[in-house]
Design a binder for this molecule. Structure first.
Ligand SMILES: Nc1nc2c(ncn2[C@@H]2O[C@H](COP(=O)(O)OP(=O)(O)O)[C@@H](O)[C@H]2O)c(=O)[nH]1
Ligand SMILES: [Mg+2]
Length: 289
């Protein structure tokens, strides 16, 4: 059979679902039903050396929806979420996906939020990443334990400083990206952190577009408030992980400063035609955080 011409071929969107010992939490029926209702999407489940029946649960999903719509990538030994997501994204890019993302296995946020991430990426070709953001506000249901909420807000504010981006939430486990040269560069090598790799991913994309001449990398990211977020029992993130993650921020800050030193100095603008008594231009307001 001849392949469809490119313009009629359905867009392929691949979402990596990292899974570590998720036999009990993975809502298999919800994943399968959503895939059946949304052609063009593919879920790549990465079983990260689970010691329970996770692989069997995933195989049942693949059997129900078919290999075109879902697949299982098995890593023999546990590598951590960062490496599992990276390996899944590498496979998705190699298979020619147009958009690549990742999504938590426990469906802390609803699958329909993926549609709300895809829409802006399709509408704006300059956008590299649409990311879910856990914003507590009226009309949204973002429920987190108070301790976790305030710890996450503290880390998020430090992350914005380290990255020099006005980002609200770097850590939401729902992100979708364009399969672009920037993304390929961002997944080329392992991340230094198991849990805050999202920040490294954002930083690599930001660096890539800055090197390409985009003055303000904030333009290529969009945060989309999730419609809901539920803290699903059985989280694998421990208090010490948060402490280690915070120490990684220093590395992210230093990386950014080192990268900025490699950029050419901005060319000086000389206003030859300005009249001697012309009013000086209004100062540019610094970006709000
Ligand atoms: N590959 C991999 N994924 C993990 C690991 N630990 C957690 N995850 C996945 O990361 C996602 C979020 O994990 P979760 O424990 O719910 O984190 P939380 O919601 O931030 O508390 C889920 O899809 C987990 O299966 C791990 O060691 N390896
Ligand atoms: Mg969770």
């Amino acid at each position: 059979m001849r392949p469809n011409p490119p313009e009629t071929r359905p867009r392929r969107i691949e979402v990596v679902v990292p899974c570590f010992n998720e036999e009990k939490r993975l809502p298999a029926a919800a994943f399968a039903a959503w895939l059946e209702a949304h052609p063009g999407w593919h879920f790549r489940f990465v079983d990260d050396g689970s010691r329970d029946g996770t692989a069997g649960v995933i195989e049942a999903i693949v059997a129900r929806v078919g290999a075109e719509r879902a697949s299982l990538l098995r890593l023999e030994a546990n590598q951590g979420k960062a490496e599992a997501v990276r390996r899944g994204m590498l496979a998705a890019i190699a298979e020619g996906a147009e958009f690549v993302g990742f999504f938590d296995a426990d469906l802390a946020t609803p699958l329909d939020d993926l549609l709300r991430l895809l829409e802006p990426l399709k509408a704006n070709p300059r956008l590299e990443m649409a990311m879910g953001s856990r914003v507590q506000m009226l009309g949204r249901s973002v429920r987190r334990h108070a301790g976790r909420h305030y710890a996450a807000r503290a880390v998020a504010n430090l992350a914005a400083l380290a990255l020099d981006l006005p980002v609200h939430d770097t850590q939401c486990g729902a992100k979708l990206m364009r399969s672009s040269p920037a993304l390929r560069a961002a997944v080329a090598s392992p991340y230094s952190s198991r849990w805050v790799f999202d920040m490294e991913l954002i930083q690599r994309i930001a660096n890539h577009v800055r090197a390409r001449g985009v003055a303000d990398p904030a333009e290529v990211f969009l945060e989309v408030p999730v419609t809901s977020w539920t803290e699903v029992a059985g989280s694998k993130v421990r208090f010490m992980d948060a402490v280690v993650a915070t120490t990684k921020l220093w590395g992210i800050y230093r990386n950014r400063r080192a990268f900025e030193r490699t950029l050419p100095a901005p060319s000086r603008v000389v206003e030859i035609d300005a009249a001697p008594d012309a009013p000086s231009p209004a100062p540019v307001a610094s970006r709000e955080r």
